[in-house]
Structures are given as structure tokens and as C-alpha cells.
Write a protein that binds this ligand. Structure first.
Ligand code: DGP
Length: 234
């Protein structure tokens, strides 16, 4: 059986350099004659993506649960094409994925509170369960100071220091959970120079991009965490 392509996700806070690094990894793969493509979430070009775009630019207001489900639906729109691409042997680099969905929604707090969650973490996780799972997730961890030094946050809804701090806390929790479930989650110090980060990413990805010999896993398929599955149905 020929090997399938690798599914590599790059996650991080705003201003962590994700998009730059995703593009750099794509160029490096292309130079190495590896068949690869770059995708990005949210995909603002689809009808659902246009609703998300208007929300992010504060041109529309949506219920917090409704927007969470739209972000997830935006990923489901592409799920079967992601699988087909991987099976065809092409590697996918994905700029943000379901972990952003979970981190940005589960970090929302109730009005007037600094820490009381608005949405339940497990509720936020559920809509993405069953999506193709990444073979590797690179979490670009940037400090608030370094993020600010890169030109500050822009105009979009979540680009505020307090929001980004809470989002980071949830990303750390997600990383632990991914690893507990047998997934690969690498934290990359994104305060380092662009070149240094590029090298760390290449080191983490270079074996995987030769092709993957294993089936595509499902996201949040936590069967490895459950000791006795039969006990669930008793
Ligand atoms: P970007 O296009 O990568 O700058 O992302 C746009 C913003 O949307 C960014 O602040 C992160 C946020 N975001 C990305 N994916 C999701 C998601 O699935 N759910 C939520 N609530 N926010 C997300």
C-alpha cells in the first residue's frame, strides 16, 4: 500500500507567526519535491465562512453557541476533501484547526467575570469530534510582549490581551489532552526568530512528510483513554 500524506496542523495565538510559518513549511516541502498543500481555517470563502468573517470583523452579532457551531461546520465542509487529499498521498499543512475552535470558545467568560466560563469545555469539544485528526500539531507559543512587539493586535474581535491570555491557558489544557489520547502536540517557542522557529518546525515534521503508513485517525476519538469500553454500555 502506498503511504498517505501527513496532516500537519499549525496552531497558535494571534501574532504567533502561524501563517508565515505555514507558508514557509509549504515552500520547504515543495523544494523537497513533496506533494503538499496549505489550507486555512476559518475558510472565509464559503457561505458559512462569510458569516464567520462578518462576525470576526464585528459586522454582525451571533449567539456564542451559534458561532461556535458555525466555525465547526466550516471545518466539516472540508472534512471529506481533507481525507481524500491525504489518501491521494498529498500532505496537508493546516493553518488553525479544531483546537482554535475549542480554545477561543471555551476561553469566553460570562459578562462581568474574569474567569467564570461562558461555555462548557466538553460542550465546545463535541461538534469537532470525528473530524480527521492531525498526525502532528505544532502549537506556536508566543508571549504577550513578543506578540505586541510584532505590531500589536488588529481590529478583529479576539485580538485583545486578556482574551489571548485565556485562550493560551485553554490551548495548554488541549495539548495535555491530545497527548493523553495518543496524539502528537509539539509546543514551539514562537518568541524565537522566524528562522529558528522554521528550523524547529522542520525538525518536528521532516520524518512525517515522507509519508504516513497508518490510517487517518478521528479527532477526539478517546478510546485509548477508556479502560473498559464495555463498561460504558452496562
Ligand atoms: P485568523 O484568520 O487565523 O487570524 O483567525 C481569525 C480569528 O478567529 C482569530 O482571532 C482566531 C479565531 N478563530 C479561529 N478559529 C476559530 C474557531 O473555530 N472558533 C472561534 N471561536 N474562534 C476561532
Amino acid at each position: 500500500m502506498p503511504k498517505r500524506g501527513a496532516f500537519i496542523v499549525i496552531e497558535g495565538l494571534d501574532r504567533s507567526g502561524k501563517s508565515t510559518q505555514a507558508a514557509a513549511l509549504l515552500r520547504r516541502l515543495q523544494d523537497a519535491q513533496v506533494s503538499a498543500k496549505l489550507i486555512k481555517f476559518p475558510d472565509r470563502t464559503t457561505p458559512i465562512g462569510k458569516m464567520i468573517d462578518a462576525y470576526l470583523r464585528s459586522e454582525s452579532e451571533l449567539d456564542d453557541r451559534a458561532i461556535h457551531l458555525l466555525f465547526s461546520a466550516n471545518r466539516w465542509e472540508l472534512a471529506s476533501s481533507i481525507e481524500a487529499t491525504l489518501r491521494s498521498g498529498e500532505t496537508i499543512i493546516c493553518d488553525r484547526y479544531a483546537f482554535s475552535g475549542l480554545a477561543f470558545s471555551a476561553s469566553k467568560v460570562r459578562p462581568g467575570s474574569q474567569s467564570y466560563p461562558l461555555l462548557d469545555y466538553d460542550w465546545c469539544r463535541t461538534p469537532d469530534a470525528g473530524l480527521p485528526a492531525p498526525d502532528l500539531t505544532l502549537f506556536l507559543d508566543v508571549s504577550t510582549d513578543a506578540a505586541k512587539a510584532r505590531g500589536g493586535y488588529g481590529e478583529e474581535r479576539y485580538e485583545r490581551e486578556d482574551v489571548q491570555r485565556r485562550v493560551r491557558d485553554v490551548f495548554v489544557r488541549i495539548g495535555d489532552q491530545v497527548e493523553a489520547g495518543g496524539g502528537r502536540w509539539e509546543v514551539v517557542d514562537a518568541d524565537e526568530s522566524e528562522e529558528a522557529v522554521r528550523d524547529v518546525i522542520w525538525d518536528a515534521a521532516k520524518d512525517l512528510v515522507k509519508g504516513v503508513d497508518a490510517p487517518i485517525e478521528k479527532l477526539w476519538d478517546d478510546k485509548r483513554e477508556v479502560g473498559n469500553v464495555e463498561a460504558l454500555y452496562m
